[in-house]
Write a protein that binds this ligand. Structure first.
Ligand SMILES: [Zn+2]
Ligand SMILES: [Zn+2]
Ligand SMILES: [Zn+2]
Length: 315
């Protein structure tokens, strides 16, 4: 029976793209995605407003068993079909918007000057209005204008919907934190496979509080994340590996900061990204990161895997 997807051979990625490489099939998925209940053949056909029922039948047939499930009540999306519709809708709402540099309620973490944001190619780009920013060769491919460039936060076009530039930036920060929590927990935020965490230590690191001419970072200890399955990779300051640590999460929430609340996310980032770093030993590696909130400090000691081995809170 066609509704038993498990009995079908799974599609190869090439076959899956081929099955979707047709406007009618994509439209069938979108129509079914709008429905809470399964649609009968005739109700689906009516919704499609097609003249040729043979053509309609042919394309529907290509989807059944892979993206569409046929049940006694009619046709509905299966899990893969839902994922496709979600992906289409994340980009469809405000596709190809270009947003000029717009002031947002944020200060440059290098010089404290006002920050402006643009949106392009699925991300919010942040720029300092005064200093040179953090021109990073890793981000060069994204940039039209690099002047004052501070970084890019991923935000699909739908993330701009009904939001001011400022609210969109907060949403992008929140989304970024959710992804970092996933990476710090060892899960790829795209495909859920295991993430490999690699520690890098700059051996020629410049003075603290300035970006280092050797590594370009503010901290000597940095982390790289690489998915063991898909092409996803990310990285940054060493603290990113610790964001799912419960002592750090306790410390944040005890001081009124919630890392996944858009209204709180800037204060959280400021606290997380302004820490003191101290390398205690090279081999075996040991380092201390000290965070400060109000009149309290939290010091986390990490080993060579950037796992927390000790935690001290002091007033
Ligand atoms: Zn600046
Ligand atoms: Zn360095
Ligand atoms: Zn992955």
């Amino acid at each position: 029976m066609a509704d038993d997807a498990a009995s079908e051979d799974p599609l190869s990625p090439d076959e899956a793209f081929a099955a979707l490489g047709n406007e009618t099939r994509v439209r069938i998925l979108r129509v079914l995605g709008d429905e809470d209940d399964p649609l009968s053949f005739s109700a689906l056909y009516d919704e499609m407003e097609m003249r040729d029922s043979g053509q309609f039948n042919y394309h529907l047939d290509k989807l059944v068993g892979h993206f569409v499930r046929k049940t006694e009540e009619g046709y509905e999306l299966d899990r893969a079909g839902r994922r496709i519709v979600e992906a289409i809708l994340s980009g469809a709402v405000t596709d190809d918007v270009a947003v000029d540099r717009t002031p947002i309620d944020e200060q440059c973490d290098i010089c404290g000057s006002p920050v402006e944001a643009t949106w392009n190619d699925g991300g919010i780009n942040l720029y300092c209005t005064e200093c040179d920013g953090r021109y990073d060769h890793n981000h060069r491919r994204n940039r039209g204008s690099a002047e004052g460039y501070l970084g890019t936060l991923l935000l699909p076009p739908a993330g701009l919907r009904d939001r001011s530039a400022d609210a969109a930036a907060q949403a992008a920060w929140t989304r970024t934190n959710l992804e970092i929590l996933s990476m710090a927990s060892g899960l790829c935020p795209r495909c859920s496979a295991t993430i490999e965490t690699k520690r890098h230590v700059c051996t020629d690191h410049g003075a603290t509080g300035e970006s280092c001419s050797a590594c370009g970072g503010y901290y000597a200890v940095s982390v790289g994340f690489q998915c063991t399955n898909c092409i996803f990779s990310s990285g940054g300051a060493g603290v990113l590996a610790l964001l799912s640590n419960t002592d750090l999460l306790d410390f944040l929430t005890d001081h009124g900061h919630n890392p996944v609340d858009p209204d709180s996310v800037r204060a959280v980032n400021e606290l997380q990204m302004n820490y003191e770093e101290r390398i205690l030993a090279e081999d075996p590696f040991e380092a201390e990161f000290t965070f400060r909130a109000d009149d309290e400090t939290l010091t986390l000691t990490v080993d060579g895997d950037l796992s927390v081995v000790d935690s001290v809170r002091e007033r």
